[in-house]
Design a protein around this ligand. Structure first.
Ligand SMILES: Cc1cc2nc3c(=O)[nH]c(=O)nc-3n(C[C@H](O)[C@H](O)[C@H](O)COP(=O)(O)OP(=O)(O)OC[C@H]3O[C@@H](n4cnc5c(N)ncnc54)[C@H](O)[C@@H]3O)c2cc1C
Length: 339
């Protein structure tokens, strides 16, 4: 077994980024997923890359690095389609006392029916389609030599007598590696438990509403007390909505119809907007809200679970690969070691 043989469990945006960074630095990588790339939380994501400028907490600083690393990654993986469009925010989204406010929301978002008199423009923010980005990173990882197995759930981690994790079980098949990275989103807790490591997850649900609107209604990201929205070039609008325990299809459709009405009321030219989908995504989150990224104390077992995972996937991929290949803790992850 080479010292740089790594199995990454989970082909969401975080696992894909880790696999890409490891493979591009010469590690022997196998990326395994129970389903298809991005089929966990990633496919439900709003894909907003950003942070509140006033947030100087370590987690806030990590988000700022996430933004920078996406920019770098886009140069390495040209097919990554990151839209650095900025975000017009107001109300509960203000950055706090440090927010720089202006009166240009109507210029930045000319289709807003009632632009606020004061808003904040976060010029550094952007968005990406998280599933496409995940697929792009996996293709880039494969080009760098990574192997990928999809539709194959890891049933448990494999340990030897001294407790070291030496691989994974895929049904009756055992695969070995010097390091197993669990980046399995909400599935991470069960996998870690199979190696005796407790990962206290409090996965949090959120609803994603998809609307088909005339092209060019929303310019960038718009977020305020009433809604968040952004629009792709093909006209698709995404609006994340809080989940309040709704579980029936009828209740979810009502959420979607309410979001559609709100969108039509909020933007001129949006009357023809159609509701095309409503779904619930489970955000992998730790009990304290912070990322949990690093070696676990169980030899051979590394964990990478973080929210907001799209913003952070770029920097986490880079830092995790570095930690595994150099055996040195990266400064930006030092405060987020699994406990
Ligand atoms: C509605 C919504 C909006 C969001 N908006 C944003 C946003 O604007 N910005 C942002 O940064 N983040 C956002 N997030 C959060 C972000 O989407 C997640 O943090 C991120 O996608 C998590 O990625 P991941 O790779 O850790 O997990 P996942 O995408 O869940 O991937 C985990 C993968 O592991 C696989 N897996 C699980 N168990 C096993 C097993 N036993 N064997 C093999 N494979 C397994 C799953 O199939 C899955 O593909 C949002 C999330 C939701 C739900």
């Amino acid at each position: 077994m080479s010292s740089n043989t790594v199995i990454v469990v989970g082909a969401g945006v975080i696992g894909a980024s880790i696999a890409y960074h490891l493979a591009s630095q010469g590690a022997e990588v196998l990326l395994v997923d129970a389903a298809l790339p991005g089929f966990g939380a990633t496919r439900h994501s709003f894909g907003w890359i950003g942070r509140s400028p006033g947030d100087v907490s370590p987690a806030g600083e990590l988000r700022a690095l996430g933004r920078l690393h996406w920019e770098r990654l886009r140069k390495e993986v040209p097919e990554l389609d990151v839209h650095w469009c900025g975000a017009v925010v107001w109300g509960e989204f203000f950055s706090g006392d440090d927010a720089v406010l202006s009166d240009d929301a109507a210029v930045r978002e000319p289709n807003l029916v009632s632009p606020p008199s004061r808003s904040e423009f976060r010029s550094d923010d952007g968005w990406l389609d998280a599933t496409s980005a995940t697929e792009s990173l996996i293709r880039a990882a494969q080009q760098a030599g990574a192997k990928v197995r999809l539709g194959t759930p890891v049933t448990r981690l494999v340990r030897v007598d001294d407790g070291t994790v030496v691989g994974v079980m895929l049904g009756s098949e055992t695969l070995t590696a010097s390091t197993v990275v669990v980046a399995a989103g909400t599935g991470s807790t069960a996998l870690c438990a199979s190696a005796g490591f407790v990962l206290p997850m409090v996965s949090s649900p959120s609803v994603m509403v998809r609307l088909q609107a005339p092209v060019g209604i929303v310019t960038g990201i718009v977020a305020n007390d009433r809604f968040e929205a952004r629009q792709s070039r093909d006209g698709m609008v995404l609006m994340p909505v809080d989940h309040d325990g709704e579980s029936s299809m009828a209740a979810l459709m009502r959420i979607g119809e309410a979001a559609q009405r709100l969108f039509v009321e909020s933007f001129t030219g949006a009357a023809q907007t159609r509701l095309v989908g409503v779904d619930i995504g489970w955000r992998p989150m730790l009990a304290d809200g912070d990322p949990s990224v690093g070696y676990t104390g169980v030899p051979g077992l590394y964990v990478a679970v973080a929210h907001p995972g799209v913003t952070l996937a770029s920097v986490i991929g880079d830092a995790v690969a570095d930690e595994i290949l150099t055996h040195e803790t990266r400064a930006e992850l030092a405060l987020f070691q699994p406990r």
